[in-house]
Ligand binder design. Structure first.
Ligand SMILES: Cc1cc2nc3c(=O)[nH]c(=O)nc-3n(C[C@H](O)[C@H](O)[C@H](O)COP(=O)(O)OP(=O)(O)OC[C@H]3O[C@@H](n4cnc5c(N)ncnc54)[C@H](O)[C@@H]3O)c2cc1C
Length: 410
């Protein structure tokens, strides 16, 4: 019978970080990574368009957790122990210089995810971690001395501690290794997607980006702001991805068909907009409405809103009717958009759902139900928005789980 001290199921970001942390904290122990596929660290390789957005440059745990639609409370204590500052130090001390882009995303200075992959592989090798691939689905059962681990291709190992770091699951993926050990796994739905619209007018503006828009689902009290990109199928960009994350479950329950409201000038109240219109009427009466957009609204979008408000193209400000003013204001501040589906976001997508956080002790990442069983990464019911937050959760929970396992087996 093959025996290990600690076995890590899943060779992704969280699994690698946990394995390294465990092996470094329990020198001389046998730590195994067990990966079902032929490839390791696949998502790290493809992440951030091949550049890998390692973490966000957000160093205050209190504000860091506000970027996690699910898991914020549980992650707070974790981030006090290992946060982006530690991630940066971890990689830079292993000869991977990092750089912070103006929007706060941290990447390897090389602009290649291979720098991150190589650092993780080298650190695992140096710590004596053994790696096995092509195992098929790996699962574990509780036995007296720890866990019996079996793989689809027939491998059989016993280990005193086991970490499940199998990443986000998809609906219908059965059986989940965590449920086999008595844990509850909430129904997985996608997060971080762009939105397909029935409306034709935004699609005609494909390529137009708006610096700051607030998208909301008023009936559910959910709203998110940021840059918006109009695409040939609907809307994308940070505001859309954030809304998809915060409303992941709501969208799923509504089968991705509902009305979204867009405020194209969220920093301008209705009274200020009305003042601006009145000023145009009085002082710029000869100018055409179509050719004088509100500051910050791209001219193509402004024209589309004026058309939707049924304002004839050559209308001058002095000729605009009160009802047209009302319609234009309403569209600028709360344009209805009919969502009819979701589209994959090629840059990043994650799963909303996973192992119930109440069943895990976030001081060590150990299961509250089964001693010696640990969790890390996206397999848990936690996820962040784009910007490096998802890898940060994987590094932090992986690092902590590795320490916890080291203590358990020492
Ligand atoms: C296209 C794309 C780009 C992304 N870009 C970024 C980015 O730039 N920044 C960021 O922060 N986040 C990004 N993310 C999200 C990030 O990749 C994930 O949140 C992160 O990889 C989660 O790490 P993990 O180790 O928990 O899971 P994963 O990386 O998914 O690793 C899980 C591993 O477990 C293996 N596995 C699964 N089930 C079993 C089983 N039963 N037995 C054995 N092995 C198993 C899988 O094959 C996989 O190798 C991106 C995601 C995608 C899809």
């Amino acid at each position: 019978m093959d025996k290990a001290d600690a076995a890590i199921i899943g060779g992704g970001a969280a699994g690698y970080f946990a394995a390294i942390s465990c092996a470094e904290n329990a020198p001389g122990s046998r730590v195994l990574i067990l990966e079902k596929s032929p490839n390791l660290l696949t998502k790290v390789r493809i992440s951030g368009g091949g550049r890998c957005n390692v973490c966000p440059a957000c160093f205050d745990p209190q504000s860091l957790v506000t970027h996690y639609p699910r898991g914020a409370k549980a992650l707070l204590g974790v981030f006090y122990k290992f946060q982006p500052k530690d991630t940066i130090e971890w990689f830079e001390s292993r000869d991977v210089p990092l750089k912070t882009e103006p929007d706060g995303r941290v990447f390897p200075a090389s602009n290649h995810s291979s720098s991150i992959v190589t650092a993780l592989e080298d650190a695992a090798r140096a710590a004596g971690v053994e790696v096995r691939t092509c195992l098929g689905e790996v699962s574990a059962t509780k036995v007296e001395q720890g866990y019996q681990i079996t793989s689809k291709n027939g491998a059989s190992i016993t280990a005193r501690a086991v970490l499940i770091a199998t990443g986000g699951c998809r609906a219908g993926d059965t059986p989940h290794p965590a449920t086999q050990l008595g844990h509850t796994v909430s129904y997985p739905v996608p997060s971080l997607f762009s939105i397909a619209l029935a409306d034709e007018w935004p699609k005609r503006l494909s390529g137009v980006s708006v610096p700051c828009v607030t998208l909301s689902l008023p009936a559910h009290g959910i709203s998110q702001s940021g840059p918006l990109l109009l695409t040939h199928t609907g809307i994308s960009g940070p505001a859309t991805l954030r809304l998809s994350a915060w409303a992941a479950r709501v969208f799923s329950e509504m089968h991705y068909r509902c009305e979204i409201r867009a405020d194209f000038i969220p920093h301008t109240g209705e009274h200020l907009l009305l003042e601006w219109i009145e000023n145009n009427r009085q002082k710029q009466g000869g100018r055409e409405v179509f050719n004088s957009p509100y500051p910050g609204i791209p001219s193509r979008l402004w024209k589309a809103l004026a058309e939707l408000a049924h304002i004839p193209p050559a209308t001058r400000w002095c000729e605009i009717s009160t009802s047209a003013v009302r319609a234009l204001m309403s569209l600028a501040k709360s344009a209805p958009l009919q969502m009819v589906g979701k589209n994959a976001n090629k840059d990043e997508f994650v799963t909303c759902g996973g192992v119930n956080l109440k069943e895990v002790d976030f001081r060590t990442m150990e299961s509250k139900l089964a001693p010696g069983l640990y969790f890390a990464g996206e397999v848990l019911d936690l996820d962040g928005i784009t910007g490096g937050y998802n890898f940060q959760a994987a590094w932090s929970t992986g690092w902590l789980a590795g320490k916890g396992m080291a203590q358990h087996i020492s």
